[in-house]
Design a protein around this ligand. Structure first.
Ligand code: ADP
Ligand code: AMP
Length: 210
């Protein structure tokens, strides 16, 4: 099963992807995580992407399309995958179609902008394994430490309040039109993304199994 998780930054795509992928034994592919890893290891692509990311803008289509093409060609994607954070523009979705990648379901996680602001300001991520927490809604067992791997939890630079409004604006302008794109293909499923994380997982799995 090839799945896309759609939704605003902070809608809970990464949180849901981690749970779903564990259950279905398929990989999550997060372009954001791939770019952050490239930046950490100082590659040319990572350094180029940094200024876009820091300002809450999208990295150019050709860069992320190249990343996804390479990643989806790897062996572990053969039995399915969940895309988290790709596509984010219509040209990216068209590129996926023209690569001959068959998408089965697109799950759109709906969360209001007001809720997003609180979620992103409290988000903490593991700098080793990228697992995601929230200081109030989903705290780790030990403050500042990842439950899964013991790594250090940090705040993403683009989660600071001054960048969040820009990211939401970019989402509404460039990513939200993808809902119509996939609705026309009959692949769109909407899930209400506010409330208990476990309840949202149940709704998401029900949409996947529908
Ligand atoms: P995305 O991958 O869509 O950017 P995340 O999965 O990183 O979003 O979630 C954003 C933040 O909101 C994280 O801090 C996460 O722990 C928290 N979060 C995720 N789902 C919920 C929920 N249902 N209720 C409250 N907080 C949530
Ligand atoms: P994320 O971790 O998904 O919130 O992504 C963090 C940042 O990485 C975004 O704000 C963009 O700057 C960049 N990025 C990730 N995925 C994409 C994409 N599909 N298209 C363009 N930029 C992306």
């Amino acid at each position: 099963m090839n799945i896309i998780l759609l939704g605003a930054p902070g809608a809970g795509k990464g949180t849901q992807a981690a749970i779903i992928c564990d259950r279905l034994h398929i990989p999550t592919i997060s372009t954001g995580n791939i770019i952050r890893a490239a930046l950490k290891s100082g590659t040319e692509m990572g350094l180029k992407a940094k200024s876009y990311m820091d300002e809450g803008k999208l990295v150019p289509d050709e860069v992320v399309i190249g990343i996804i093409k390479e990643r989806l060609a790897e062996d572990d994607c053969k039995n399915g995958f969940v895309l988290d954070g790709f596509p984010r523009t219509i040209p990216q979705a068209e590129a996926l179609d023209s690569m001959g990648i068959q998408i089965d379901k697109v799950i759109d996680i709906e969360v209001s902008d007001e809720e997003i602001v609180g979620r992103l300001s409290g988000r903490r991520v593991c700098e080793s394994c990228s697992d995601t927490y929230h200081v109030a809604h989903h705290p780790p067992q030990e403050e500042g430490k990842c439950d899964k791997c013991g790594g250090t939890l940090v705040q993403r630079k683009d989660d600071h309040p001054e960048t969040v409004n820009d990211r939401l604006r970019v989402y509404h302008e460039q990513t939200e039109p993808l809902k119509g794109y996939y609705e026309k293909q009959g692949k769109l499923f909407e899930v209400k993304g506010e409330g208990d994380i476990g309840d949202i997982t149940r709704l998401t799995l029900a949409a996947i199994e529908a």
